[in-house]
Design a protein around this ligand. Structure first.
Ligand code: CP
Ligand code: NVA
Length: 305
């Protein structure tokens, strides 16, 4: 979205299709530069604030390392370590941080909270995951898919499991990138209607089904994520029952013999995916994880240039 002159990344469709490919190209350039040992300190003296209301391994370390590679600096702000945890309003936190840092990455619960931050901040706000969206993950996912299948228009991807934050941004990302997507979820755990409408507006809403076998048949990519997301721990038993039959395992993948398997991590082996599948040759989950670093750097330099 655009708030005044400042660009934010609250969800993946804050980027146009052209901007998405600009960021992905830039990420690929950074990846190559890093492989070749070429310096790319494009953000000297810049500081990123990183606010976390939920735990993180990949998002935290990729953003922090990314800022180091770009010649800048990142500050980890655990919600309970700053005054936010004692009740200082988010809008005051956002305005205060804006006076110090050049951009803020935030991982919060309610999606509305990232909107509040964007409304009050004078610097770019980057969504590092909300209950509804995970656009930074989608950037890494699209880079990973593009590395495997140069022509995105001919890729057929399947999301299986929960229609959660990672799923919703992936739906929008596939619509933007022109990837043919099928989504298979239990009836009550689908993608929000509003997200499906946004995808349709972008050009391609996914095919929606509740049948995992039908959904994965002949897919090039099979993507899943946990059944119990951060903040849903109280619903654990109910959710595990609701998702029975949606596990990505060898048996299901017999219907998609060529498919690469994706997972944003962390994975709960034995629930949404088996250990054997994650450890198999078809798994590209650590390429996804690595690509978080390259795409994070691309987003930061694109927003701050
Ligand atoms: N995929 C992802 O966002 O991982 P973290 O929760 O470790 O940041
Ligand atoms: N859907 C998961 C993703 C974690 C990166 C969660 O929100 O917990």
């Amino acid at each position: 979205g655009i708030e005044g002159d400042v660009r934010h990344l609250l969800d993946i469709d804050d980027l146009s299709r052209e901007e998405l490919f600009t960021v992905l190209d830039r990420a690929a350039d950074y990846k190559l530069a890093q492989t070749r040992g070429e310096g790319h300190a494009d953000l000297p003296g810049k500081t990123l604030g990183m606010l976390f209301q939920k735990p993180s391994t990949r998002t935290r370390v990729s953003f922090e390392t990314g800022m180091t590679h770009l010649g800048g600096h990142a500050i980890f702000l655990g919600a309970d370590d700053i005054q936010l945890g004692r009740g200082e309003p988010l809008k005051d936190t956002a305005r205060t941080l804006s006076r110090y840092v050049d951009a803020v990455m935030a991982r919060v619960f309610k999606h509305e909270n990232i909107r509040v931050m964007a409304e009050y901040a004078d610097v770019p706000i980057v969504n590092g995951l909300t209950d509804d969206a995970h656009p930074c993950q989608t950037l890494a996912d699209l880079l990973t898919i593009r590395e495997r299948f140069a022509d995105l228009d001919s890729v057929s991807a399947t999301w299986i499991g929960d229609g959660n934050n990672v799923a919703q941004s992936f739906v929008l990302g596939c619509a933007l990138a022109g990837i043919d997507l099928t989504v298979a979820t239990p009836e009550d755990h689908g993608i929000d209607e509003a997200v499906l409408e946004r995808a349709a507006d972008l050009g391609t809403a996914p095919t929606v089904t509740h049948d995992p076998v039908e959904a994965v048949t002949d897919a090039n990519v099979v993507y899943t994520d946990v059944w119990v997301s951060m903040g849903q721990e109280d619903e654990r038993e109910i959710r595990l029952r609701a998702f029975e039959g949606f596990q990505v395992n060898q048996e299901l993948l017999e219907h998609a013999p060529e498919a690469a398997v994706m997972h944003c991590l962390p994975a709960h082996r034995g629930e949404e995916i088996t250990d054997a599948v994650i450890e198999s040759e078809r798994s590209i989950v650590f390429d996804q994880a690595e690509n978080r670093l390259h795409t994070q750097k691309a987003v930061l330099s694109w927003l701050l240039e």
